[in-house]
Design a protein around this ligand. Sequence first.
Ligand code: SF4
Length: 204
Amino acid sequence: MEARAQFILETLAVIYPNISIPLGHTSPFSLLVAVILSAQCTDERVNKVTPLLFSEAPDLPSMMQLPIETIENIIHPCGLFRSKARSIKGCAQIITESYNGKVPETFEELEKLPGVGHKTASVIISQCFNGYAFPVDTHIRRLANRWGLAHSQNVSIVENNLKQLFPKEEWHDLHIRMIKFGREYCPARNHQITNCPICKNINH
Ligand code: SF4
């Protein structure tokens, strides 16, 4: 592995020895719902809303039957509530009817579900099915560019760059650590290189 990538990997592992995904969930489906809700919404808010939603509809068939207006009312605080409600209900229906109530495990199948793009599919595959995936969100894209690991604003290109730089066994923990670091240290606009445990040690 390139020295810079190795340094970043090791430094992040020291800063964040414990890995936990910030979105609360109890099953692949509840994580899928949480990831759908997290678009343009904080994890804290999602974590307040998902227990309310799952207390109304604890399993896939009940989520499928829950009136769309009820879903909209519960998830309203997460924003984009109409399209997110359609996605949640649509996913519940398709997974119940076409996948025997089990969230599918391939990119191809996941990305056909309503409201599920490549990043959401990557989160599910990485987190629930121990598959190799590198979900790239806005924090990871910014950091990858600032650290010289990628030179593109296109998330697919950034994802491919990161996958080539790091061994696939590292992808899961690394992506969570990068998100944590991005939130904690690396704001979109200003940043202090001298205070930053990574940038002060690499050529910026
Ligand atoms: S110096 Fe700034 S850009 Fe570099 S990682 Fe730290 S916060 Fe981010």
